[in-house]
Design a protein around this ligand. Sequence first.
Ligand code: ATP
Ligand code: MG
Length: 716
Amino acid sequence: MDILDRLNRSQTEAVTATEGYIRVIAGAGSGKTRALSHRFAFLVNEIGILPGNILCVTFTNKSANEMRQRIHNLTGDNDTGYINTFHGFCVSVLQEESYAVQYPKSFLVLDNSDIDSMLKIIYEERGLTLRNMTFSSARDMIEIRKLYKEPEYYQDMITMSIDQIYEKYMQATETSEIIFYGYLYQEKKCFGLDYNDLIKFTLYIFENNEEIKQKWQKRLEYIMIDEFQDIDDLQYRLMCVLCGYHKNLFIVGDPDQTIYTWRGANVKYLLDFHRNFPDVQTIMMMENYRSTPEILRAANSLISKNLLRMKKNLIPTLPSGGSVLCCHGENQEKEALWMAEQIKILKEKGVPYKDITILYRAHYLTRSIEQVFLKEEIPYTIYSGVQFFGRMEIKDALSYLRMIAYRDDLSFLRIANVPKRNLGERRMKFIQEYAGENSCSLYEALCRNLDQDIFKGTKAGEFVQLIESFAANYQDRPVSEILSAVLDLSGYERMLRTEGNQERLDNLAELKQSVYEYETTCGEEAMLEHYLAHVALFSNSDAQPEHDKVKLMTVHTSKGLEFPYVFLCGMNEGIFPSRKTKTREGMEEERRLAFVAMTRAKKRLYLSEAKGRNLDGSPRYPSRFILDIDQNLLEYDRKPEEGLIKEAREYIELSSRCLLTDEAPSHYPIGQKILHKIFGPGTIVDVDTEKSAYAILFDGMETPRTISFRVKLEKM
Ligand code: ATP
Ligand code: MG
């Protein structure tokens, strides 16, 4: 297959302009991601660059997998180079360089549930309760301190010894200090790194070790980044370091699809790219290859209502399809019933369920949909919420693998007594005390005490034997084989079978399948440690198996993806736009989010909303995003009555006037250093749009203060 086949002129230009700084700015569905993957193939197949010398950054693991598959198909090569998210790439760097910060190659990547297990230990040790701080605020607090307290963070985490950290933890008296140092201690003890550490450690190593930095700069001859409109400060810094030697950087993005500003993304990096780098070549792409003209006209009509934007329209290339179909439900259940009805019509026409996707602004909207779908027997799968890698049996299975490679405490606590080995609370306590007194791991503590009376009549010996027999030779075995064997020999699968737990067994089968796929696309990297490090990145995200089921996901998750039939539901004021939207910029971001949702559809788009009451008793109006669209472009199956539309327009007019303006300080992101006229300098550690206030940690104060948006703060 010729790589330049089925590419238009601008795409061909983007693919063949290999040297220097290239920026593609183009609309949704215009073939940016396709240009990027073909460029990869062009570099490899036509120019002869080795895949290992190319870095290709995607925004989600899901798109990284898809890209790997595409590149594999295009090049026929198993070695697909560095195709990954920023986090995934950092794992690869750290696996090679972690010794530079005295971490072993086999460091552990921690996901949210690992962090929660550590918090649990800390809370128990120091007598804290959730009333002192919830786990999710604790996680946020830790994140903020790590991200914005440079260089203290590096000093604490990288240069301090574990004993020093422990001492700081023990001496701490204030809740967030206790939690923060307790967490650092737990992390360091098992050589764990959370997602934030991955980027920060990598940056630290590059910024402090010239030799390593140059090695990676030289290795990465070509760098390509997708979804550049949502890059954040740290990722940008990392990118600048990486392209510093060969200076070949290719970025693609669409300013109309910036939807992560709330998490620190900054579209200025895309818009100002030509100011920050020399001789930038900018390529624009206008034609859309994804959606019907009907969908595009509606999407254009919506996004044109944003004032702070570069004007551009998506130009259709596909033939006409069905109209954009709208429905107003009497209540949420009726809205869901309407979707079910339309899905059945599609099904009768031969459309498989998996071609249908339901998008919504927030998770809680799935409840009414799920209830109706269960009743109507429409199979569905949720791409967020309790995710595949977060399920109990999957975590257990991975803990067995982790035990084999690392023998870490977290995994030990999870599976030592699953299935039951008679290692109940009393014996666990013994192990924990011994480990504490002798500064060793829990597993080590068990091994040393196997012949103590307390372990008589337990299966502790068998457990140790199991782990040791795998640990002895795992390096030479494929991961899929280790997994199957350990699930069998540990008695784990037998336990599920006895419980008659078919669903969990199915999930394990799915896991085995995914390991197998990992091995076939990863070639030489398919070692147990590599697998474990990479799989940890999935656990907070969206990887899910494909079946013939309707997909349900949030709009954020759908970024960069496309689906034949899209239902965008819950299009009501207070839901979408979210009631938390308090500023004009925030409202424009919501509108971009609605735009992203609409432009996911290929063949037909359905919009729906329902009458009802908000929590405060006020009536629920149709979303301004439906009313923004030229009404001639929409077909109504059931239309809201004129009176309701009129009221809605009045409400929207009024609430728009209440939005804070550009100059309002609500602009400042978390991490911004500011100056307060009385308290002096401080750092914003949280933004609460609901209360219209910041949490600010002022220099010299122990705890943050809540400060209203009304007060003038100067940027520092
Ligand atoms: P988004 O902004 O949503 O990420 P995108 O610009 O990355 O979109 P792609 O996902 O690359 O767009 O492409 C959208 C669809 O159009 C895909 O199905 C792709 O295969 C198809 N496509 C891209 N370029 C062409 C082309 N030149 N000819 C025909 N089809 C194309
Ligand atoms: Mg894309």
